[in-house]
Design a protein around this ligand. Structure first.
Ligand SMILES: Cc1cc2nc3c(=O)[nH]c(=O)nc-3n(C[C@H](O)[C@H](O)[C@H](O)COP(=O)(O)OP(=O)(O)OC[C@H]3O[C@@H](n4cnc5c(N)ncnc54)[C@H](O)[C@@H]3O)c2cc1C
Ligand code: SF4
Length: 455
């Protein structure tokens, strides 16, 4: 494509990345808010990992107190505008709403968006920094976990510095969650609110490269490790270095920053894996003009880890699913470009230790799919060398913490968010990372209030 055509195509594709859902109108919000039963001991609150006082914020919408409503949400959840858009609400608050058994649940996510959009648009300053207590905390990683911890610590009067490797704060909210569900402006606004509380965010600073773990341990009264997880691991098959093979997280990131890639227009794409990241990779490929997108998964629909609504969304986008199919080799041409993928059919055998049935190859069932690009989405790696640079105990790259205190094996270092997700701990969601960030902040405050605990 010549540059002019490419520019025109990029412009065309940009429309596909505009936020999919629109905000409720005032009338819709009022009608919905008035449907709420304002339950005593409301199950929706219990189902929210950040325990937002849901009936309370809904009642405030109904009475026209928008500032009060937004404050109730953001008090419990500093990343509440993003969560209004990205939380799997049908599995959390809306799934627990008592109205499920009679009519239909309250649209809690949409009401939360209605109230937080009000805060974004009016520029209301809802929180303020606490009086300085002279203590310093370093946070590594400016994703939902680190930002949430920073806000709470700043309100307690700590001097907070966040070290962030990327050029912008926000973590996967800024770089990972697809723009048509979470536009950049929302994550940017949330970061801005935290900066307004005096939190110093040092972007383009990779701990372990630009500043050492030792220096950080020496300079601060306490440290929070909130670096999330890393890139997609290798498939371990031939052809992974060919042109047209992408890491799903890097691929989605490209769609969130700068110009959209135009090289998938009219192409056939295979996505390996069936979690939420695979769905995001697949639906982005569709929006980048791919002609056919297939998700290949070695197990069946029953075992896939993507949320049901994500699965339905991908099907509506025309994504095809090929179950019990595993990749064996990516095939390239003389120019080093992907032209196909050799796969093998699988069958499920007895369940493993995790309770899931194990997939096993069916000998001789190999076949070739003609594709022009492959997107790998089989989980995420861990920042083992950084964790070890801090001298922290971990299990397969998942930082070991005392769940009651959020403390790692070094009592001065706390950890939260995706860096502690796995091995039966936590769940990789924005809302759980936010709650863990709050918990880490409260536990640090508890510890540092005792003078004997300050190093
Ligand atoms: C493609 C994708 C889609 C997702 N969609 C959803 C969704 O729809 N809903 C949902 O609830 N969850 C979703 N998630 C999960 C969610 O994004 C994460 O659980 C959440 O962002 C975890 O927050 P965190 O702060 O722990 O980590 P992250 O958001 O990963 O933030 C960690 C930060 O640490 C920084 N960092 C890493 N190493 C260093 C270093 N050495 N020095 C300095 N900084 C460093 C990183 O650059 C990053 O900014 C999705 C995840 C992915 C990958
Ligand atoms: S459970 Fe449903 S009806 Fe009850 S307070 Fe929560 S949102 Fe309202």
């Amino acid at each position: 494509m010549v540059p002019m055509q490419e520019h025109a195509m990029t412009k065309l594709l940009q429309r596909n990345f505009v936020e999919l859902t629109s905000r409720m109108t005032k009338n819709e919000a009022m009608d919905e808010a008035n449907r709420c039963l304002y339950c005593y001991d409301a199950p929706c609150i219990k189902a929210c990992p950040t325990s937002i006082q849901i009936p309370n914020f809904i009642k405030k919408i109904a009475s026209g107190n928008m500032k009060g409503s937004a404050t109730t949400i953001l008090e419990a959840n500093p990343i509440g505008a993003s969560c209004a858009r990205v939380c799997p609400t049908e599995e959390l608050c809306e799934g627990a709403c008592v109205l499920n058994s009679s009519t239909k649940p309250i649209k809690i996510g949409e009401l939360q968006r209605y109230a937080t959009d009000w805060a974004m648009e009016t520029g209301a300053q809802l929180f303020k920094k606490g009086e300085s207590n002279g203590l310093k905390v370093a946070i590594i990683g400016a994703g939902p976990a680190g930002l949430s911890a920073a806000r709470e610590l700043s309100r307690f009067g700590y001097s907070v510095t966040i070290y962030e490797a990327e050029s912008k704060a926000g973590g996967l909210g800024s770089y990972g969650i697809v723009s048509f569900r979470l536009p950049n402006e929302v994550a940017d606004w949330e970061v801005e609110q935290i900066v307004k509380l005096g939190v110093n965010i040092q972007t383009n600073t990779t701990v372990g490269i630009d500043i050492s773990a030792e220096d950080i341990l020496a300079q601060y009264d306490s440290v929070i490790l909130a670096v999330g997880m890393g890139a997609v691991p290798h498939l371990g098959i031939k052809g992974e270095d060919l042109l047209g093979v992408h890491d799903a997280i890097e691929f989605v990131k490209q769609t969130k920053v700068g110009a959209l890639p135009t090289d998938l227009v009219g192409k056939r794409v295979a996505v390996i894996g069936a979690g939420n990241t695979a769905i995001d990779g697949a639906t982005c490929a569709v929006r980048l003009g791919a002609d056919n997108v297939k998700i290949l998964y070695r197990r069946t629909q029953k075992e896939m880890t993507a949320y049901k609504f994500e699965f339905e969304f991908a099907k509506q986008d025309g994504v095809e699913f090929q179950w019990l199919t595993a990749p064996k080799k990516i095939i390239g041409n003389d120019a080093g470009e992907v032209i196909g993928i050799e796969c093998v059919h699988m069958k499920l055998t007895e369940a493993g230790a995790d309770g899931r049935q194990r997939p096993e190859e069916i000998a001789g069932s190999n076949f070739i799919l003609t594709v022009d690009a492959v997107i790998k989405a089989i989980g995420q790696t861990r920042f083992v060398s950084l964790i070890e640079a801090f001298g922290l105990q971990h299990t397969n790259g998942v930082v070991d913490i005392d769940e009651m205190t959020m403390q790692t094996s070094n009592k001065k270092v706390f950890a939260c968010g995706d860096v502690v997700f796995g091995n039966g701990q936590g769940e990789a969601m924005v809302v759980t990372a936010v709650q863990q960030g709050k918990d880490a902040a409260y536990k640090i405050h508890e510890r540092l209030r005792k003078p004997s605990e300050i190093a």
